[in-house]
Design a protein around this ligand. Structure first.
Ligand SMILES: [Zn+2]
Length: 259
């Protein structure tokens, strides 16, 4: 795979790069019982670094930038092709449906823009102003809080919109927010090859990326065991190796054992 890619965050315009994935990061993903978005933030704290020297507060990124960053990491690690596989929800059909798309096209379609009339709110960092309406864009941390709340929509409105907005003012703010920080996760359309029914598969970037990593990182324990047995290196040293190097050692040992 290509060397460390630079990711441009579409909302903030900042650039970020990834350090090599190592066993410590893999173990964090494999063993954490936290929800996917929380695990993703813990992982980013270990391996993402701002190229521009700016803040590494990934929880404070807009949801858009957070999910773009996560999908870029997936692209670096496993490639751009996404194949999702599920059953047609029509009870009479139940056909296995495969949907395939490219993360390059998917990420390319995320094009935030600031609508006319929206500008920074004077004296309020991170807040925007549209006429007499003030708002800020929901962060990854806000979204996790909303997800764990009884009424996530109300919570997001409370933390990201000014108080007591009229319905029309709220609609205007929400339209501007959707343009400035478009959703990355969402339904992906397709057609069932069995019954021709139009399908919407929900694509949730953190669940997808963390779920896939958990399935991919199951060989970590075996590889540590192989290398520790063959070379008598310490577990901590093996975990600290870049994943690719650890896999190369493990493959060499497997070949020797099979010979
Ligand atoms: Zn079907």
């Amino acid at each position: 795979m290509a060397g460390p890619a630079i990711v441009r965050l579409p909302v903030e315009g900042r650039t970020v790069r990834f350090k090599a994935m190592d066993g410590v990061s893999e173990m964090l993903v494999a063993e954490s019982r936290a929800e996917p978005a929380r695990v993703a933030l813990q992982l980013l704290a270990r391996i993402a670094e701002p190229v521009d020297g700016g803040s590494a507060d990934w929880a404070g990124l807009t949801v858009t930038d957070f999910e773009v960053l996560l999908l870029a990491l997936r692209r670096d690690l496993f490639g751009a092709r996404v194949l999702s596989d599920f059953r047609c929800p029509d009870a009479r059909c139940g056909e296995r449906v495969e949907m395939e798309f490219s993360l390059i096209d998917y990420l390319d379609a995320v094009r935030p823009h600031r609508p006319k009339g929206v500008g920074p709110a004077p004296g309020r960092t991170g807040w925007w102003r549209l006429g007499d309406v003030f708002f800020r864009l929901p962060s990854a941390e806000d979204q996790i809080a909303a997800h764990n709340s009884e009424d996530g929509v109300a919570l997001l409105a409370e933390c990201c919109l000014g108080p007591a907005l009229s319905p029309s003012a709220r609609r205007r703010a929400e339209t501007a927010m959707a343009a400035m920080a478009p959703e990355v996760s969402g339904p992906i359309g397709g057609v069932c090859p069995g019954c021709g029914r139009a399908l919407d598969a929900m694509f949730h970037a953190p669940s997808f990326v963390i779920g896939e990593m958990r399935r991919a990182f199951t060989l970590l324990g075996e590889e540590v065991d192989l290398i520790a047995s063959a070379y008598h290196w310490q577990e901590a040293d093996i975990l600290a190796m870049p994943r690719v190097r650890r896999q190369t050692y493990a493959d060499r040992i497997r070949r020797r054992l099979a010979a």
